[in-house]
Design a protein around this ligand. Structure first.
Ligand SMILES: *Cc1c(COP(=O)(O)O)cnc(C)c1O
Length: 405
């Protein structure tokens, strides 16, 4: 019998790359939440004010969502048992999709396992290699991956630059392929809003498909959180609307809204829909309850925006760079504190944590090199005194580290 010869580890290059991250100071350990996702909670055994979650409306712990999840589990069990197209479409999945379609005032809706799979699955299903995708340079990674999977030619335009988007559309005007113009509704790292009216006009002028990823706008912008299409009143002009159920909605999932034909096509061609199991009934039930809460408790969204206005004013007042050269770029509950250097940003984040504030440092490749930041996110459930405490800590650590003068 042959003895197993000592084998050199074929994955050793991963260790080399991790060493490189450690040298640059951007290697991280995962912070572990010990209790609920809430404005004040416990990570790694330490109680902190949480400025890092996407739980905009506090729905992760809303009693109605919790109860809906428990009830669905008791009635329907814990899993769906199959992909949607085989045997995994439960009545509750259909109810959720119908509810979202009514809420968004569109013909139809399909729910995916996540916002990521909704984007990647849709872009790659509706385009092929002879087509073109014209995409904002700061669009979400799931759009970029979907574009790559589609093998369409990718034309990137400068962030929110309509003239450049038009240049890109015009450059392929005479090509036979289809064109998809795509933008985030709210940009996740800077909190600014995509120029939807201008983009819709361009899509119409060049006969392009218009698609918007409204992950950070779902439950945040528009009437009762209907998103940027409602915010800008561009109803009927966006062919493909993507939203997430994982952020303000408080649970997990993504969805695509559009024509009945688009949704039927995605049933047949979107690979995550065809090849990955559907949500447990508890998730669908939680989401249904969440849309009821959006319609019945609008005060949550009002509180979110009141907190947002207060936070931006106070944070800018302390002298932090909150993005934008003259006026702050962010128009939403996402407010970045731009530090620049990745290592310094991670140090700042660690120091804040020691003092009782959870603000996650975000560096390359999530944001461009030299644009590292702490991203803060307001929620409806932060109290004024929690915000004041957090501001005090930010000021103290900012001064100590020489980030504030
Ligand atoms: C978070 C996010 C997604 C992904 O949504 P998940 O439901 O978390 O997978 C997609 N697009 C944008 C712009 C996002 O911010």
């Amino acid at each position: 019998m042959a003895t197993t010869a000592a084998r050199t580890n074929p994955l050793s290059y991963l260790g080399t790359q991790l060493e490189e991250l450690k040298r640059k100071g951007t290697h991280f350990r995962l912070r572990v939440l010990d209790d609920e996702q809430a404005p004040v909670c416990t990570f790694d055994g330490k109680q902190v004010i949480n400025l890092a979650s996407n739980n905009y409306l506090g729905l992760t712990t809303h009693p109605r969502l919790r109860e809906a999840a428990l009830e669905a589990t008791r009635t329907f069990g814990v899993g769906s048992g199959a992909v949607r197209t085989i045997a995994g479409t439960m009545r509750i999945h259909m109810e959720l999709e119908e509810k979202i379609a009514r809420f968004k005032n569109v013909e139809a809706c399909v729910v995916f396992q996540s916002g990521f799979t909704a984007n990647a699955g849709t872009v790659s299903a509706i385009l092929g290699k002879e087509d073109f995708i014209v995409s904002d340079e700061l669009n979400h990674a799931s759009i970029i991956d979907g574009a790559r999977l589609s093998r369409a030619k990718i034309l990137v335009f400068r962030h929110k630059d309509l003239a450049h988007a038009e240049e890109q559309l015009a450059s392929v005007q005479d090509q036979p392929g289809r064109k998809l113009l795509i933008s985030d509704g709210v940009f996740s790292m800077d909190g600014d809003i995509g120029p939807l009216p201008g983009l819709c006009a361009l899509a119409e002028k060049y006969g392009a498909i218009m698609m918007v990823d409204d992950a950070h706008a779902s439950g945040v912008l528009g009437r009762n959180g209907r998103g940027t299409i409602d915010h800008f009143q561009v109803h009927g002009r966006v062919d493909v609307q993507v939203g997430t159920l994982s952020k303000a909605i408080g649970a997990l999932g993504g969805y695509v809204c559009g024509s009945r034909e688009l949704i039927d096509y995605l049933y047949h061609r979107a690979r995550p829909f065809l090849f990955s199991t559907s949500h447990p009934p508890s998730v669908a039930a939680s989401c249904i309850a969440a849309f009821d809460v959006l319609e019945q408790e609008p005060e949550r969204i009002e509180k979110l925006w009141a907190n947002t206005r207060y936070w931006k004013k106070e944070l800018g007042g302390l002298g932090f760079d909150i993005g934008g050269r003259i006026t702050p770029a962010s128009e939403t509950p996402i407010t970045p504190i731009i530090i620049g250097d990745g290592k310094r940003t991670m140090e700042f984040s660690r120091e804040l944590f020691q003092e009782g504030v959870m603000g996650t440092g975000i560096a390359f490749p999530t944001v461009p090199e030299g644009k590292a930041r702490i991203r803060t996110i307001m929620t409806a459930t932060h109290t004024r005194s929690e915000l004041d405490q957090a501001l005090e800590i930010l000021k103290k650590v900012g001064k100590r580290m020489g980030i504030l003068s």
